[in-house]
Design a protein around this ligand. Structure first.
Ligand code: NAD
Length: 380
């Protein structure tokens, strides 16, 4: 069983899908590992460290020759994998709804695409869940980046020259990234509040020492769909939430938005009119900037990898937030992949054999066809 890791080719992608630690572990399972030269540079891992762990370090896409399994952060163009074995497994993120053409190309190439972002949200798959591991780091980085751009301090400081007020931070969307954003802002000494459409998050917000901000007046709405994901909200709910949030936003110094709905453009949480009510010098970090509809992500007017100034408020967001913490993001991502493949490792066959629940959830293509039910429901 030959496992290959190529250097990531997507613009701005600094992560890598294996570390010397996971290379060693795959070798211990009986696999051989080949990695492309320079694959770990963005994550501060030298070729020599991979070689020491037992990997063959090879130049260019030749590293994937004869591969049975290819690991990647962002799925490579299948043309790069022409030398891989027929039916090779490719475990990576595929952006299956957004990059549908590439999914078709994987089917045509006879590769078996395994989309890590389709990992089911079930207890036994938690250690395999790349969305969680990357969102957690992204939530942290969003607060650090916003704090850096903010021209004031986060904690209250009582000094001989007078008192500096604590920053007010509002986190919108309390999934994995939002919870980490709350915790990080609290550690920096800010006064933190948060909201979500899922009422189950209220207690989680409180347990982190932050204030929940929730619509109370719209009955019968829980906002939770399958697998703990948010569903799209009714118009009534959105209106009530927008009113409550508008009043709250006007008093905030920092807003961090993290709301996503799988397979759809990110919901708009902050409009230009709301931004205009914030005090000058405030900062908004839009974690959903890359999932936007062309006019911003969660925040109207946000642009990936740029600081946009509107009404004296700075709006920012990264196309690849976890990639700004490439070493940690790579370490966790790589462990997610190892945990996934090793959990299904068939010792006799020397290869992973996925079970139905997880296999059917993550498998996009097999035997030349697109096979995933979520993609059938959303045709190309
Ligand atoms: P996500 O990235 O899909 O969305 C981020 C948050 O935004 C969610 O909390 C969502 O409810 C919220 N949101 C969506 N629309 C919104 C709106 N209009 N206004 C305000 N908030 C909005 O979420 P996630 O981080 O993937 O987590 C989703 C849930 O899944 C959480 O409950 C999490 O704990 C759970 N989870 C479970 C597992 C597991 O059991 N294996 C793993 C990861 C996450």
């Amino acid at each position: 069983m030959r496992i290959a890791i190529l250097k990531e080719r997507a613009a701005g992608e600094s992560r890598v899908a294996a570390t010397p630690e996971t290379v060693k572990k795959f070798i211990a399972l009986g696999a051989s590992v080949a990695i492309e030269e320079g694959a770990g540079i963005g994550a501060a891992i030298a070729d020599a460290a991979y070689a020491e762990a037992g990997a063959a370090v090879l130049p260019g896409p030749a590293a994937s020759r004869d591969a049975d399994i290819v690991l990647a952060v962002q799925a490579p163009d299948p043309a790069l994998l022409a030398g891989a074995r027929p039916g090779a497994l490719v475990a990576a993120t595929f952006d299956p709804f957004g990059a549908r053409d590439q999914v078709e190309a994987y089917a045509a190439a006879g590769l078996e695409a395994l989309a890590m972002e389709f990992m089911p949200r079930i207890t036994r798959a938690q250690s395999m869940d790349v969305l969680s591991s990357q969102s957690n780091l992204a939530g942290y980085k969003a607060v650090i980046a916003a704090a850096d751009l903010y021209g004031r301090a986060f904690p209250m400081m009582m000094t001989a020259a007078g008192t500096v007020q604590a920053a007010r931070v509002f986190v919108m969307g309390v999934g994995v990234a939002g919870l980490q954003a709350i915790a990080t802002a609290r550690r920096l000494g800010a006064q933190v509040s948060a909201t979500d459409v899922r009422s189950a998050t209220r207690e989680q917000i409180q347990s982190l020492g932050a204030k929940p901000v929730f619509v109370e007046s719209v009955a019968g709405i829980e906002g939770e769909g399958s697998g703990g994901y948010a569903t799209e909200m009714s118009e009534d709910y959105q209106k009530a939430q927008a009113e409550l949030v508008s009043a709250h936003i006007a008093r905030q110094d920092i807003v961090i938005t993290t709301a996503l709905i799988p397979g759809r453009a990110a919901p708009r949480l902050v409009t230009d009119a709301q931004i205009a009510t914030m005090r000058r010098g405030s900062v908004i970090f839009d974690l959903a900037v890359a999932q936007g509809d062309g006019t911003g992500g969660n925040v109207e007017g946000s642009m990936a990898d740029q600081v946009v100034e509107r009404h004296g408020v700075k709006i920012m967001g990264f196309a690849n937030t976890a990639g700004h913490l490439a070493a940690d993001a790579s370490a966790l991502y790589s462990r997610n992949l190892y945990n996934f493949l090793s959990a299904f490792w068939d010792k006799e066959g020397g290869r992973p054999v996925l079970d139905e629940e997880i296999g059917n959830a993550v498998r996009l293509t097999q035997n030349g066809a697109v096979v995933n039910p979520r993609l059938e429901a959303a045709p190309a």
